[in-house]
Design a protein around this ligand. Structure first.
Ligand code: MG
Length: 265
């Protein structure tokens, strides 16, 4: 059999049995820019933060990533919301059914992580920046939530879409233990880049003021880590960070950051 006939035969066979290599499933089409929409892109269009609508708007804008926050209900459903309370209901001590009694301003129910990941997976350009929120109930509960979240990402085949972030170092380490090679950044501003590197983190994702002192930008590049800054909403700070060649900027104003990036070209 010649090589070409062999290739055609194998391609036909794989098509017939639905074979896909892991590489074929990994999109390499991610937007190449610094823009991460904080809780989705909600502000300009008056959408609720952390709604599927705000995720879709971030995708429409062409952001590198759309950030969102994950909590766990009392009956262990993972949901997307910023605060520990959803419209007055404490998530950690409410059931998912109780949360469904309230709606976001655009008519959406509180999104489940499953629904969020499925919505994000419909495209291959904007990454899903998944923040795991410690619940201040117990460290063990936080780790349970982490295990459930990573398992769900894997079950849905969404690992290539998801970068993880957390204010909890223990949560970040748990993600890395569950999924070696996962892209995990730490939010709390109190760990050195050397420590993050040694723990296997992808980078630091700190309040922008942290980067004003010290040699974060040269050191991160030397260590092969990324830097992300939150939450940067004005042009002056955006420009300063871009001047330092930062990898990512997390903002409530993704449209403003895109405009500014255009003027800098
Ligand atoms: Mg967040």
């Amino acid at each position: 059999m010649t090589n070409s006939i062999y290739a055609i035969t194998m391609a036909a066979l794989f098509t017939t049995i639905g074979f896909k290599s892991p590489e074929m499933e990994k999109p390499s089409t991610w937007n190449k820019n610094q823009v991460i929409a904080h809780r989705g892109a909600w502000k300009k269009k008056g959408l609720p933060e952390n709604s599927i609508a705000s995720l879709n708007e971030a995708i429409k804008l062409g952001c590198y990533g759309s950030e969102f926050d994950v909590h766990m209900t009392s009956d262990s459903v993972l949901v997307v919301n910023h605060d520990p309370d959803f419209l007055g209901l404490p998530i950690a001590t409410s059931t998912y059914a109780q949360l469904l009694e309230k709606k976001l301003s655009n008519g959406e129910h509180i999104p489940t992580l499953e629904a969020y990941l499925k919505a994000g997976k419909k495209q291959k350009k904007t990454k899903l920046i998944l923040e795991l929120k410690p619940a201040k109930v117990s460290g063990e509960r936080d780790l349970q939530m982490t295990r459930k979240a990573v398992a769900m990402v894997q079950q849905l085949g969404a690992t290539a879409w998801v970068d993880y972030i957390s204010f909890s170092y223990a949560i970040g380490e748990e993600v890395l233990a569950l999924q070696p090679g996962a892209k995990v950044a730490y939010l709390n501003g109190d760990a050195s880049l050397e420590r993050l590197k040694a723990s296997g983190f992808y980078g630091a994702d700190y309040h922008f003021s942290v980067y004003k002192t010290g040699d974060w930008f040269t050191k991160s590049k030397a260590l092969g880590l990324t830097l992300n800054a939150w939450t940067v909403n004005n042009a002056e700070e955006m420009n300063w960070l871009l001047d330092q060649d930062i990898e990512f900027i997390t903002t409530n104003e993704p449209e403003r950051l895109f405009e500014l990036l255009k003027t800098r070209k």
